[in-house]
Design a protein around this ligand. Structure first.
Ligand SMILES: Cc1cc2nc3c(=O)[nH]c(=O)nc-3n(C[C@H](O)[C@H](O)[C@H](O)COP(=O)(O)OP(=O)(O)OC[C@H]3O[C@@H](n4cnc5c(N)ncnc54)[C@H](O)[C@@H]3O)c2cc1C
Length: 477
């Protein structure tokens, strides 16, 4: 993975930078000791590592603005960081950057149940947003599997999704407003406590902008009343293609489950060994969950089960209790951890039209054989968001490069069948160099012109999203 060379003049002036940062932050909010900055050397894409020059942990929007003014003035690159769970290397430092971590900014600022909103500082973790409102029977819908750890700031930057986003939409569909600090320290408010806003959809632009345009410090989020009930059904099939066709038929029938999750045999076996959820030993497994009153659930499940039976499932298991529901979800929720027990893995994130699932799964299996690397598939099938997990051995010379090449082939296939390079994890560095397979140079030029407006010196989150050769002239200028 190519990264720009650190600028020697920045490295040489570390003491000057630290002195200025300490003049606007408390001492314990500026980390400069290499033994401590090393903790920030990577995010969840652990294949790539680089310790930053320094780390700052501000506590307020004003402190974030003060830090950015200093870095802008001194020409120091800044990498915004939430909880560091990005699977795309979105928060990977460069050796001459300051990591701006917002983990200390995690307060609830306002809850308004009449208007169904909550306003939080952006360092608050996803799950603790629901934690703040669940006593009143409300919840925050986007639910990345990393929700115990990941921050709302990272969710906004990556436009994160989750298992239940089939029904409720991803972050952008549940975000009403942000407070954001631009690289020059200007604080702006976008959106508000209401649906939509006048003028251009700048909030839509910020959501998914991967720390390229500003540092989000506060967010106004939509909260929803908890549904009366939810019930999952587990379905086993003897081929990936048949399970994929079943997903396609459920979506086509117009019924809207809250989640349709898919696991293939390698993932099923790994999770069984890890979590013992009692899954059948079959080729492919679907978890389909519906919500509503008992009568609504019965009606939706009757239709879904009728469709499933047409595909000759080897197992159909409808949950009859909260314990059974938890067991059905147990394996799916532990799938990433289970795969990590087998070997190192890289988790991809391409999106495809649902009807292409059977073909793409077959091609992935063929490519896995050609490259000699095992691939497990566990993903949000209802919205065509695939997560092939490529197993490799980080200690085996050449394995990472082989894994990168296979990953690139799979993502190119997603684009070829009418899909997209990323569904919810973002581009980061992982898919940076593949952007030209989806976008022309003119397309990328327009996207970079947007960054020019927000961050004219190109200091925010360097070397992410835009291929280095394409962004080179702008970065050099
Ligand atoms: C086990 C596991 C499961 C996962 N499951 C899912 C899933 O189901 N769905 C999903 O969508 N993702 C998933 N992810 C990926 C990851 O959790 C999400 O991308 C998450 O939103 C990242 O949040 P974070 O706070 O950790 O951000 P970080 O990793 O710290 O940063 C992510 C990006 O956000 C930017 N950023 C951080 N803070 C700010 C800020 N204040 N202002 C502007 N930009 C900022 C960073 O620069 C970076 O580009 C998973 C990750 C793991 C490890």
């Amino acid at each position: 993975m190519e990264m720009p060379e650190p600028r020697p003049e920045i490295l040489a002036n570390k003491a000057g930078l630290i002195a200025r940062l300490q003049s606007v932050l408390s001492r314990d909010a500026v980390i400069e000791d290499p033994a401590e900055t090393q903790a920030y050397e990577c995010d969840a894409l652990v294949a790539y590592k680089c310790a930053p020059l320094a780390v700052v942990l501000p506590s307020s929007t004003e402190e974030v603005a003060a830090v950015l003014r200093i870095c802008n003035d001194m020409g120091i690159p800044v990498v915004p960081r939430g909880s560091g769970t990005s699977l795309a290397g979105g928060a990977l430092p460069t050796a001459d950057c300051v990591i701006l971590g917002i983990a200390r900014m995690n307060d609830v600022l306002e809850t308004d149940y009449d208007n169904r909103i909550i306003r939080v500082q952006s360092g608050r973790t996803n799950l603790s947003v629901t934690g703040a409102v669940e006593e009143e029977d409300f919840f925050y819908a986007p639910d990345p599997s990393s929700q115990l750890a990941c921050a709302i700031a990272g969710n906004i930057a990556m436009n994160s999704g989750g298992a239940h986003c089939l029904k409720y939409g991803v972050t952008t569909n549940n975000l009403l407003g942000v407070t954001m600090v631009m690289m020059d320290g200007t604080v702006i408010e976008l959106g508000g406590a209401h649906l939509d806003a006048g003028g251009l959809d700048l909030l839509g632009l910020i959501c998914g902008s991967e720390g390229q345009l500003g540092v989000v410090t506060e967010a106004t989020l939509r909260i929803l009343a908890k549904p009366e009930g939810a019930r999952p059904v587990l379905m086993g099939f003897d081929s990936n293609e048949v399970a994929g066709a079943c997903v396609s038929d459920i979506i086509k029938a117009g019924v809207l489950p809250v989640a349709i999750e898919f696991m293939d045999r390698p993932c099923i076996r790994a999770t069984e060994a890890f979590a013992g959820a009692g899954y059948p030993d079959c080729e492919a497994l679907l978890i389909v969950e519906v919500e509503g009153s008992d009568a609504e659930i019965d009606e939706q499940l009757a239709l879904i089960l009728k469709i499933a039976r047409r595909h000759s499932p080897v197992e159909l298991r409808e949950s009859r209790s909260a314990e059974e529901s938890a067991r059905i979800w147990l394996g799916r929720k532990s799938a990433f951890g289970a795969m990590g027990q087998i070997n190192d893995y890289m988790c991809l994130d391409g999106t495809i039209p649902v009807s292409q699932l059977p073909f793409v799964l077959r091609r992935i299996a063929e490519m896995s054989g050609e490259y000699g690397l095992d691939v497990g598939n566990v993903f949000h099938a209802g919205d065509g968001n695939m997560h092939p997990l490529i197993l490799y051995d980080a200690n085996k010379p050449g394995d990472l490069e082989k894994c990168e090449a296979l990953g690139a082939e799979i993502l190119k296939l997603c684009v070829e069948v009418g899909g997209c390079l990323t569904g919810e994890h973002g581009v980061g560095i992982e898919k940076r160099d593949l952007m030209t397979t989806q976008f022309t140079h003119d397309d990328l030029d327009i996207q970079m012109a947007v960054k020019d407006v927000f961050d004219p010196k190109w200091l925010l989150n360097p070397a992410k999203v835009f291929p280095l050769d394409v962004s080179g002239p702008r970065r050099a200028a």
